[in-house]
Write a protein that binds this ligand. Structure first.
Ligand SMILES: Cc1ncc(COP(=O)(O)O)c(C=O)c1O
Length: 396
C-alpha cells in the first residue's frame, strides 16, 4: 500500500503535467512551473494587456503582485526584502557585484575549477579589463572547504578582494558549507559571492544567517519560475562597502537642495520597468514551495537523489561523482560510465530521450551525465532512469 508520504508527493506531481509525458530529470537546466501558477500568471497577463497596463487599478494589482513576490522570496531565502534585487538571471547578479568592487591590477579573486560560465565569464572580464588575477581551487574530487580556502589565501599572488563559488557545483553536484567559508573570507577581508543556481529552491539557503555577502540565483530552475527571472542578495554590511556600477531611476535618492546619493537598499542594483508578470509568477512559485515547506522539499530532493546514487553505484561500470553524504550534496547527481568520453555522454543523452523519454544532460568538467531530482519527481522516475541506464550499450 502506498504511504501517506507517497500519496502526498504523487498529488504534488499532478501539478506538473510534463512529468506524465516524460521522466523530467533536468531541473538543473530549467525547472517546470506548477500548473496552478501558470493559470494565475496567464490570468494576470490577460488582465494586464486586455485592460491596459498603465491603468491605475491594473497597474496597482500587478505591482502588488511584484512587491509580494519579493516578500515571498525573502521569506524563502532567509533574508529581508531590502536585501534583494530582482535580476534577469544568475550571471547578471554575479556581474552586478563584481563590477561594483573597486579593482586594482594584480588584485586576486579565488574561485574553484568547476564553476559555470556564469562565474567564469565575469571573472575573465575582470582579468582582461582590470588585470585581476584568478586563482582556481581544485574542486573536482572534493568541494572547497576551510582548509583549501585558507591555503588559497596563503598562496595568493596579491590582495584577495573576492571569493566566488557555486553553492552546489553544476558539474559535480558537490555542496559547499557557506558559514565556514564565509568566516575564512571575512578573516581576510574578502567579499564572499555565491552562485546559488543549483541550490535556491531545492533548499532554503538561510542567507542572513549564513554570513555570505552576496548570493546570485535564477528564478527558472529549482525555484520553478519563468525564464527572465532571478535575483541577487546583498548583505547589509556589503551594501555599506560597495556602490552599484550602474544606476536606474530608483537607484538614486534626490533630496531638495542636497547632492544626489546612491541608495543603500539592494533595489539600487535592479533595472527599471521590470518584466512584472514574470516576477509575479516567481512570487507564486515561491509561495507554492513555501506551502509545502522548504525542509520537506529539500528532504524530497535528497531522498530521490540518494535512492538513485545507491542504485547506480551497485551496477558494474558506473561511478558516482556526487558525494553519497546528503550533507555534501542536494538534488543534482553526476555519474560516470566506464570508457565513456564526453561525446559518448552527449549521445547517451539523445538515446535516453528517444528510447526511454528520460530527460537528463551531459556535463564536461569532468565529463559525466547529470540527473536532477526535484519535488515533482518520483521513485518511478528513479527506477525508470536506472533501468534505461542498465540497457545503454557501453562503447567498444
Ligand atoms: C551553477 C550555475 N550558475 C549559473 C547558471 C545559469 O546562469 P544564468 O541564469 O545567468 O543563465 C547555471 C545553469 O544554467 C548553473 O548551473
Amino acid at each position: 500500500m502506498p504511504s501517506a508520504d507517497d500519496l502526498f508527493w504523487k498529488d504534488v506531481a499532478r501539478e506538473f503535467p510534463a512529468c506524465r509525458e516524460v521522466r523530467y530529470l533536468n531541473t538543473g537546466t530549467i525547472g517546470i512551473m506548477p500548473r496552478s501558477v501558470l493559470s494565475k500568471t496567464a490570468s494576470l497577463a490577460y488582465s494586464y494587456y486586455l485592460r491596459g497596463p498603465a491603468r491605475v487599478d491594473v497597474s496597482s494589482e500587478t505591482y502588488d503582485a511584484l512587491n509580494e513576490a519579493k516578500k515571498l522570496l525573502a521569506n524563502l531565502l532567509g533574508c529581508e526584502e531590502q536585501d534583494l534585487a530582482f535580476m534577469v538571471n544568475t550571471t547578471e547578479g554575479i556581474n552586478a557585484v563584481l563590477m561594483s568592487i573597486p579593482w586594482n591590477p594584480g588584485d586576486v579573486v579565488i574561485t574553484s575549477d568547476t564553476e559555470h560560465p556564469a562565474v567564469k565569464a565575469p571573472l575573465s572580464h575582470l582579468e582582461i579589463k582590470k588585470g585581476v588575477k584568478i586563482v582556481a581551487v581544485p574542486a573536482k574530487a572534493a568541494p572547497p572547504d576551510e582548509a583549501s580556502l585558507e591555503n588559497a589565501f596563503r598562496e595568493a599572488p596579491g590582495e584577495v578582494k573576492a571569493v566566488v563559488m557555486s553553492h552546489v557545483s553544476y558539474t559535480t553536484g558537490m555542496l559547499i558549507d557557506l558559514s565556514s567559508l564565509a568566516r575564512v573570507c571575512h578573516k581576510h577581508g574578502a567579499v564572499f559571492l555565491v552562485d546559488g543556481a543549483q541550490f535556491a529552491g531545492a533548499d532554503a539557503p538561510h542567507l542572513r544567517e549564513s554570513g555570505v555577502d552576496a548570493y546570485a540565483f535564477p528564478g527558472y530552475k529549482w525555484l520553478l519560475g519563468p525564464e527572465g527571472t532571478g535575483g541577487l542578495y546583498l548583505a547589509p554590511s556589503l551594501r555599506e562597502r560597495i556602490e552599484p556600477s550602474r544606476a536606474f531611476p530608483h537607484s538614486v535618492n534626490w533630496k531638495e537642495g542636497a547632492a544626489p546619493e546612491l541608495k543603500r537598499e539592494a533595489e539600487a542594483y535592479q533595472t527599471s520597468t521590470p518584466p512584472v508578470l514574470n516576477y509575479a509568477a516567481l512570487g507564486w512559485t515561491a509561495a507554492f514551495l513555501l506551502d509545502i515547506g522548504m525542509d520537506a522539499v529539500a528532504e524530497r530532493c535528497r531522498s530521490l537523489a540518494r535512492m538513485f546514487k545507491e542504485a547506480i553505484s551497485s551496477i558494474a561500470g558506473f561511478g558516482v561523482v556526487t558525494p553519497a553524504d546528503p550533507g555534501r550534496s542536494l538534488g543534482l547527481v553526476s555519474f560516470t560510465i566506464n570508457g565513456f568520453q564526453l561525446d559518448d555522454y552527449l549521445k547517451a543523452v539523445e538515446h535516453l530521450y528517444k528510447h526511454d523519454r528520460v530527460v537528463i544532460r551531459a556535463v564536461s568538467n569532468p565529463p559525466a551525465l547529470r540527473a536532477s531530482f526535484h519535488l515533482y519527481n518520483t521513485e518511478e522516475d528513479v527506477r525508470a532512469l536506472v533501468s534505461a541506464l542498465k540497457n545503454l550499450k557501453l562503447p567498444g
